[in-house]
Design a protein around this ligand. Structure first.
Ligand code: ZN
Length: 292
């Protein structure tokens, strides 16, 4: 297992972590400058943040800072209630692949979607099996396109509390079943993003990490699970402040040969997004060294 205690060369910042400073939205160019200032070598930006500035501008800035992308957030949201909706989702996912290529990302992260309409507050139906089938079909179609572009797709299982509105793939086992069905040869074009916030509780975690193996372990996301958690989406903790044994899981992932970045992904309306960008990044660096 790699020693993270001496430096932060393997730290990546998911830019949602510093999306806000003192409660105010921070433009992505300022975030990239701050990461460079702190000697952080990798990021994972969100599509809306990139779009707000412009893809070409961000791409140029990424290059000039010499930043790598541990991933690009995100594609997915495949299920829809009609054919037009399914097609629109696929078209949008193809654009996400193109953007990920332009930014030279290590992978496009897929948050696959749940029941159509649920995220907006009104689910079109209650058939989660149908949603899961549409997810599998959608990834299958996107995989052809992504493979031609050379952009790996990383399915991110989300904690079951998000099954209705964000992702109906909720365990690593489920994600790997989809990988097995769509890419039985383990080509590296399709794999998983292991986000500790979503999978730490899973009794099969170690076994499924071993099942994934090097070819399918495409990303490793960290933060912590706070007790109590006060918001289902935006109360993620800083590594070391909660109950997740991150080093133990990192050892499992690295035992399979994963040697990529450890990406800090924290959504925290009440706490970290109220702090200054520099303070958040300084804390991420410290905790990367001591708690990851
Ligand atoms: Zn994640």
């Amino acid at each position: 297992m790699r020693d993270f205690s001496q430096d932060h060369r393997w730290l990546s910042i998911n830019t949602a972590t510093v999306r806000k400073s003192r409660g105010q939205e921070v433009p992505l160019p300022d975030i990239l400058d701050a990461c460079a200032r702190h000697g952080i070598g990798a990021i994972s930006p969100w599509r809306d943040q990139v779009a707000a500035t412009g893809l070409k501008t961000i791409s140029a800035q990424v290059k000039s800072h010499g930043l790598k992308l541990s991933g690009y957030c995100r594609g997915g949201m495949f299920p829809a209630s009609d054919a037009a909706g399914l097609k629109a989702a696929l078209d949008d996912n193809r654009r996400a692949v193109d953007e990920a290529c332009e930014l030279n990302a290590a992978c496009l992260v897929l948050v696959v979607g749940g029941l159509p309409g649920a995220l907006a507050g009104k689910a079109a139906h209650k058939d989660i099996a149908l949603a899961r089938q549409q997810v599998s079909d959608g990834i299958g179609e996107l995989l052809e396109f992504a493979r031609n572009s050379g952009m790996p797709l990383a399915i991110e299982p989300l904690h079951p509390m998000y099954a209705a509105d964000r992702a109906c793939i909720n365990t690593l086992e489920q994600a790997l079943d989809v990988c097995d069905a769509l890419d039985p040869g383990q080509s590296g074009a399709l794999g998983v993003a292991v986000d500790m916030y979503h999978v730490w509780w899973d009794p099969k975690l170690q076994a499924q990490i071993e099942r994934a193996g090097r070819n399918r372990l495409l990303a490793f996301h960290v933060c912590d699970w706070l007790t109590p958690t006060t918001d289902l989406l935006n109360d993620r903790g800083m590594m070391g402040d909660g109950v997740i044994d991150i080093p133990r899981a990192r050892a499992w992932v690295e035992a399979q040969g994963f040697a990529g970045f450890s990406e800090v992904e924290i959504f925290s309306t009440g706490h970290w997004w109220q702090r200054e960008t520099d303070e958040i990044l300084k804390t991420c660096i410290e905790r990367h060294r001591s708690a990851v």
